[in-house]
Design a protein around this ligand. Sequence first.
Ligand SMILES: *[C@@H]1O[C@H](CO)[C@@H](O)[C@H](O)[C@H]1NC(C)=O
Ligand SMILES: *[C@@H]1O[C@H](CO)[C@@H](O)[C@H](O)[C@H]1NC(C)=O
Length: 572
Amino acid sequence: MLQLFLLIVIAKSQINLVWQIYNPDSGLTSQDQSITFGQYNKEIRVWPSDGSSFKSEFQLSGNLPMSPQFPIARINSKYVSFYVGITENSGSTLSLSKTTNSQYQFSQNAITFVPSSKQCVLTPSADFNTIPIGGKRQLTLDFINCIPITGLQIKVLYETISKTIIQKNRERFAFIEVSSLNAAVDTSISISFQVNSTYYLISTITLKVVANSQSLPVSSIVNKNSGTCTGAQAVFTFNCGKKSMLYYSYSYQNQAIDITKIKEQLLLNRLGKQYTNVNTYEGYGQSLMADNSNKDITLTGLRSNTVYTILAICEDELYQQSQSAISFNRCDSQQTIKKIQIQSYQQFQTINLRDIACDLMLQLSLKQNQVSSADGIFCNQIAQSKINGNKQYYIPQVSQTQLSTYTFFVYPDYATTYDYTVNSVSISQYEIQKQTIEKIIPKFPTVNQEFFIADENFLNFTITLKTDGFISIGLDLLQTSLPDQYQFSNGLNYLNNPFIKFYRKFLIANEQYWFQFKLSDKNDYQLIYQLASNPSDGAQYSPLQVRKFTLVQMQEIYNIIICLSFIMFFNL
Ligand SMILES: *[C@@H]1O[C@H](CO)[C@@H](O)[C@H](O)[C@H]1NC(C)=O
Ligand SMILES: *[C@@H]1O[C@H](CO)[C@@H](O)[C@H](O)[C@H]1NC(C)=O
């Protein structure tokens, strides 16, 4: 049966690649084949013609200037996107080529553009079209529609002042700080620009000079949601008292995202980059507020059973700030864990369990941390690409007599409010005799008993829980700081170095489990563990439990042997 399946895969012909022009501004397809000199103002997207996601990686290159120069089609993405531009000498027909790859081919790899000498007009913007007397204002130039093929030299002209800034090749933004110099209150200053490329024109901006003493903004937040807790979305009303720029963030675990971080985050977002410290259940934003007006803002993707803090900072045109904060609760979404048990005569190895975790993840459209085997084997990138690719599985041995049971768990996505149902799953690559699916209500696990046994080579940690739950446990050398939640759940210490050994496992209540750690040297060690209702993001976690111990070499007593002893002390 497996052979037949593989034959079908091999016989399958190559998938054609198609391309389309996109309007970078609207993100919609465009028929406009005109192309402007000196700018990357055409976005091209290349797709598999059957609408599927890429199943293997390849790289594109072309004869015209492209940004990025060598775009990469990534596994699981639906298209690869890049910008094209022309120069006086480049011609205007783009011929694309790709690195060798057996799954994809171009049926048509050339696209002819119509050159246009149209200038790109940039309009500078500022948070406020005013400037405080004796103060400063930052202007922003956004090049999204005409990213330069080479850098630009931009001269800022204002009265007798001339300042030059360099916009680097392919940079989306240029920031210019202007000062009001000696201009009087209520007058206007006009700032104009000169660019060293005939393909660009930057319009003049006028800023009105305002007095530098004004009333302070007054930041306020009102919870518009009924009941004692909210769903995955919640509406709040913000007010700044006076014309201001509102910056807001919502976060949990008392880790407020302050204004510097919010600004940094907003900029990185516009640059298309992700700020790594903010995870998916948190958010931030910005909104221009009129004089004493309310604005309703909907916060989304809130995590189940979590206390949130919203921080609102109003910054007026004189950069005066007012800050307010409120807390609210996101209700418990009462989602369940799905326990999937499959029985097979095949003797699955870790690699097979990982394949199945990947298969379930793709089949049920889950996030990577939402499905694992009972021993905490999750799908990883490499395994996933194999599932997407040739489906050549490692074939497990078959026992004629013994039917083995393998357990997988599907964990909730706490940013949603629904609890989806799984009635059956298909595990086509292996021979499954039977499958059962059971719903489990996640409970916060508590310890019944734990203890250590050790000799000169091994530490044996034994634990029994009162309720079912997950344990993550790692052995590390003693460190001065503990890892954060993200580091720990990835088996890393606070220095981002992997633990000596790290396990994650589902423990059934009242059964004794033991974890064995090999000790290589006399040293100071720490054993860190954490209990969780389930391993997905947003589940209930215990604090990190730390057990420190020292492996010491005692004096030789009576010339016999070297004894080892453990000095162990418990702390949280
Ligand atoms: C404009 O100036 C930039 C930065 O100095 C330079 O890289 C670029 O080649 C110049 N462009 C032209 C058309 O001279
Ligand atoms: C570890 O402890 C458990 C429980 O006491 C025991 O069953 C197991 O054999 C021990 N393993 C080692 C390697 O000592």
